[in-house]
Design a protein around this ligand. Structure first.
Ligand code: ADP
Ligand code: MG
Length: 584
């Protein structure tokens, strides 16, 4: 074949391969255009996973009728003119490729009306060719409908994934943009069913409740910008929410990062989040996090890849450190509460830079401070927790709780990031001891024991026989018992944590356990021993003791249920309280 310059449409189709990989990529480009146009509200409609229809309607500034067809020409953009403009880029788009690419592989209809023009215009393109252009009446804003995606690129069409997969991708994409732009109202409708909507309240917390559900959101703590680690580096603000360590996932995909309002994929920065949890999460477990990172546009190079999902940083280490520190502070006790000057948390960050479209009045963001009691900051809660062990030996599995007191000499009252907790002191201690004794047993570590003057104990004859056969099993836990004729025994040593208990009772209940399933003997003994040794209901406890108990419970593998299957705690969320008091 002789060398020829490719026809415009063929070039666009090839370029489309990079930008428009799948239906979700079309949605991404259309959403970004709507955001760049200053939309405060947009609707995303999808049919058949995007194969039939993708439509984004926005209330942005619109396109002047005279320029409308130009929007579909390759390399036509209103967002930059010189290469230097890239340095100060305030928009998501800049390549001027998306609409040309999308139109080249579909049937695209655009209805748009510029805010300052009387009439709108409708354009229909097929495979990149303009088929019709006519004036229409329309509200200010832009509606772009993409039908029959990839109809003229059979290879792409063949590689389209199942409808359900495409649907999922689109869901994820829209919810991510909703998180990055809490001030914009998003509505996603797939096959006539609403999948998701955000309120546009400007509050990331509201979006997260919609995306994650209230139960998961309750296990998230707020991440706030920290003072820079080095004053010579440019400021990097990190705002968002991250999970308390008892909530984790088996992969990193629940760590979502935005840089200047752009969803990005960056292994190293994702690792910064994971690293902040250090020993708090077991291997193979990862936190959930949504972090909005803001830094001067000239310090980010967004022109690395056509899909703009990868970015390069001028000071990568500064970004890494900022993320790691902010997350670390949020989840640990180290929170310098004194740094906190605001009255709520919503004012601790500024939204990602919004484009300033000529002619558009800048929108006053409603950053109303939510009731601070609703999702209190971790820092406020933690301020008077006594310093715990320097380094947690085990991962934290509960949010950090602060003891308030004891009621009914049975329950510990504590508060945490998500409200009020009532903890059954016996159930909690039973759980703690069970896990500790099991671990000690499994690692073969010696049990601490207390030797004392031999005491004689008598048991009913059948239990005495069982006990006699089980003396070795009991010796593992620190008992030193010998038969003393008939149904009596001499006890010379007991495990340290049952010291002070009535020996007859201890041996009686242990002998009963020995009568059970021999295959589960150790397990049964541990269960019983931990119950025996646990603090009882009716015991008055000092605050220090209660706090210690809670700290140990925070690191149990299963802190929420006792070994008998009963709850160790009752949680009353801040929302529940507010409702009870008619505050909502
Ligand atoms: P880019 O976003 O990189 O500039 P696009 O091909 O996505 O390139 O869009 C081309 C141009 O069309 C944009 O620069 C913008 O001027 C205009 N445009 C596209 N979508 C919209 C929209 N929803 N509202 C207003 N203008 C739009
Ligand atoms: Mg664009």
């Amino acid at each position: 074949m002789p060398i020829r310059v490719l026809p415009e449409v063929v070039a666009a189709q090839i370029a489309a391969g990079e930008v428009v990989e799948r239906p979700a990529s079309v949605v991404k480009e259309l959403i970004e255009n709507a955001l760049d146009a200053g939309a405060t509200s947009m609707v995303v409609e999808v049919r058949e996973g995007g194969k039939r229809l993708l439509r984004v309607s926005d209330d942005g500034i619109g396109i002047p009728a005279a320029e409308a067809s130009l929007a579909f020409a390759r390399h036509s953009t209103s967002k930059l003119q010189t290469i230097d403009d890239l340095d100060q880029l305030q928009t998501l788009g800049f390549r001027g490729e998306a609409l040309a690419s999308i139109a080249s592989v579909s049937r695209t209809t655009m209805v748009t009306r510029h805010r300052e023009e009387q009439a709108g215009v409708e354009l229909v393109l097929e495979g990149g060719d303009l088929r019709s252009e006519r004036p229409v009446g329309a509200p200010a804003g832009t509606v772009i409908s993409v039908e029959n995606l990839f109809f003229n690129t059979p290879a792409r069409l063949k590689f389209m994934k199942a409808e359900s997969t495409e649907r999922k991708h689109i869901n994820q994409l829209v919810t991510r943009y909703a998180m990055a732009y809490p001030d914009v109202r998003f509505r996603l409708v797939q096959d006539d069913r609403e999948q998701f909507h955000s309120t546009g309240s400007g509050d990331l917390a509201d979006v997260l409740v919609d995306v994650l559900g209230l139960d998961v959101f309750r296990e998230m703590v707020e991440v706030n910008p920290q003072p820079p680690s080095r004053p010579d580096l440019p400021p990097v603000e990190v705002y968002g929410f991250t999970s308390v360590p008892n909530l984790s996932r088996s992969n990193r995909t629940h760590i979502v990062l935005f840089v200047n309002g752009r969803a990005i994929v960056d292994q190293r920065l994702t690792y910064a989040v994971v690293q902040a949890y250090q020993t708090l999460l077991p291997n193979g477990r990862y936190p959930l996090a949504v972090l909005l990172i803001t830094l001067p546009p000239e310090d980010v190079d967004v022109n690395v890849h056509p899909t703009k999902a990868e970015v390069r940083f001028r000071y990568q280490d500064a970004v890494f450190t900022a993320i790691q520190r902010a997350v670390r502070v949020a989840i640990s006790h180290e929170d310098p509460a004194s740094d906190y000057t605001g009255t709520g948390y919503a004012n601790a960050w500024s939204p990602p830079p919004r484009p300033i479209v000529p002619g558009e009045e800048q929108l006053q963001l409603d950053m109303a401070v939510p009731d601070p009691g609703r999702y209190p900051r971790a820092s406020e809660m933690d301020s008077d927790i006594p310093a715990g062990p320097e380094r947690p030996a085990r991962p934290r599995t509960l949010p950090i709780l602060r003891v308030i007191g004891q009621i009914g000499v049975t329950y510990i009252v504590a508060e945490g990031p998500a409200g009020l907790y009532l903890i059954d002191q016996h159930a909690a201690h039973h759980r703690i001891l069970l896990e500790a004794i099991t671990e000690q047993f499994e690692t073969g570590e010696k049990f601490e024991r207390e030797t004392h003057r031999a005491v004689t104990v008598e048991l009913p004859p059948d239990l005495a026989r069982t006990l006699e056969n089980g003396l070795e099993a009991l010796a593992v836990f620190g008992f030193e018992i010998e038969p003393f004729g008939g149904s009596t025994f001499r006890v010379r040593a007991v495990p340290a944590n049952v010291v002070g208990q009535e020996l007859e009772h201890v041996l009686y209940v242990l002998a009963r356990e020995l009568q059970g399933d021999p295959n589960r003997q150790a397990e049964r003994l541990i269960h019983r021993l931990s119950k025996l040794a646990a603090i009882k209901a009716g015991e008055m406890l000092d605050t220090d003791v209660m706090q210690g108990l809670i700290q140990q419970l925070e690191r149990c593998a299963s802190p929420l249920v006792d070994p008998d299957g009963n709850p160790t705690m009752v949680h009353i969320s801040g929302d529940d309280l507010a409702r009870q008091f008619g505050r909502e």
